[in-house]
Design a protein around this ligand. Structure first.
Ligand code: PLP
Length: 394
């Protein structure tokens, strides 16, 4: 016998995967250059050369130490280096003991969720939200409560959020820059959020934690920055990942940061470590802990993503589509002209344009386009977008 819930999760293919695989089949039929795949968020810019250089250097060091287990939270060298870097970047005090290395943001978020999943616990997801969050929460017993989207500015609908907070609320996920909207929450939004959560935490008699999911932290444009949330709301736990920032999602490396300003930080840290252990976490890949620790100065190469976002936004807006201007990450949401996102995605697919309906992100009526693609593909796709616009009478 197997658990039906997991069996169903195991055979269910994500919408993104289905489109991606369709694109590969279609490329065989009509030629790769005639398929415009905007479905998947796989970085299209190579990892910085320093990454490969560091791997080569490390491979010359003692292999027993290099490939051996590290402590569950990561080796001392790596935790020290990350802590020092966060201190430098944020002007706050972070110690190595605040850092717990993970295999990317996914297990970081999953461990945090499990750590707070007391009986009847609820976690708030602000739509649009990353479609995998319910899967991360699935085995914890945490109930995901969705706050409907602000489809004008893609910030937070505070009236709707407040209605959904109750004594069972344990945490709320912030993902900024956001997948799928590309929007960065403003300082004003975060301050308002901090005020509300502080007031509600007092009312219900326990802290409501923010889990800040940050795989896109440094992927920001137009000189914007994603604010460091613990400086605005102390009860924030950061889930950081190098998957997108250094273009290495397959290497599985990231970390959890539980800052000292977080209430009961040592207890929270221990519970997260315990949850990670219960979920089978032994240690994050030891080679990659050391690679990121030695490259804290590296920043993503934004030029291609920035050019792509500008081209797609400008051209599609000119054609009459309503686009949400991305401020960060590498996605852009476009409103279905008739409000039917499934129909929009299907109609685009007939023109070999592949994009994901945002229904699974809690935001029906919009479709997500990944802009981590080749600039040449965007140029080739424009005549097909024009046909799509015409088909809607734009
Ligand atoms: N969170 C968000 C918002 C994401 O977009 C992704 C990946 O696309 C993840 C988490 C998972 O990231 P990782 O590869 O670091 O596990």
């Amino acid at each position: 016998m197997v658990v039906d819930k997991y069996y169903k999760m195991g055979i269910a293919k994500s919408r993104i995967r289905v489109l991606f695989e369709y694109g590969m089949d279609q490329a065989e039929k009509v030629g790769k250059e005639n398929v415009f795949d905007f479905s998947i968020g796989n970085p299209s810019v190579p990892a910085p050369e320093a990454v490969a250089d560091t791997v080569r250097e490390l491979l010359e060091t003692d292999p027993i130490a290099l490939h051996g287990y590290t402590p569950a939270g990561g080796c001392a060298e790596a935790r020290e280096s990350i802590a020092a870097d966060v201190c430098k970047r944020t002007g706050t005090k972070v110690r190595p003991d605040n850092i717990f290395f993970t295999c990317g943001a996914a297990p970081a978020m999953t461990s945090c969720m499990h750590a707070v999943a007391v009986e009847n616990a609820e976690i708030l997801l602000i739509a649009p939200y990353f479609s995998e969050y319910p899967a991360y929460a699935a085995s914890s017993g945490l109930k995901c409560v969705v706050v409907p989207p602000d489809t004008e500015h893609f910030q937070i609908r505070f009236d709707e959020l407040e209605k959904r907070i109750n004594a069972n609320t344990q945490a709320l996920i912030v993902n900024s820059p956001n997948n799928p909207s590309g929007v960065i929450y403003s300082v004003e939004t975060l301050q308002k959020l901090a005020e509300l959560l502080t007031r509600k935490s007092k009312e219900i008699g326990h802290p409501i934690y923010i889990f800040s999911d940050e795989p896109y932290r440094e992927l920001t444009y137009d000189g914007l920055d994603a604010p460091y949330i613990p400086s605005i709301y102390p009860n924030t736990i950061i889930c950081y990942s190098y998957s997108k920032i250094l273009s290495m999602p397959g290497e599985r490396i990231g970390y959890i940061l539980v800052p000292d300003c977080c209430e009961d930080s040592e207890v929270v840290f221990a519970a997260i470590a315990g949850a990670a252990r219960a979920l089978g976490h032994v240690c994050a890949p030891s080679l990659w802990q050391r690679v990121v620790a030695r490259n804290t100065e590296l920043r993503p190469d934004l030029a291609t993503y920035d050019a792509n976002r500008k081209t797609l936004y400008t051209e599609l807006t000119k054609m009459g589509f309503r686009c949400v201007k991305p401020q960060g990450a590498f996605y852009m949401m476009v409103a279905a002209p008739d409000g039917n996102s499934e129909g929009f995605s299907e109609r685009a697919k007939e023109l070999n344009i592949l994009a994901v309906p945002c229904d699974g992100f809690g935001c029906p009526g919009f479709v997500r386009f990944s802009t981590c693609v080749s600039p040449a593909m965007i140029q080739r796709s424009l005549p097909s977008f024009q046909k799509l616009a015409q088909s809607y009478g734009l």
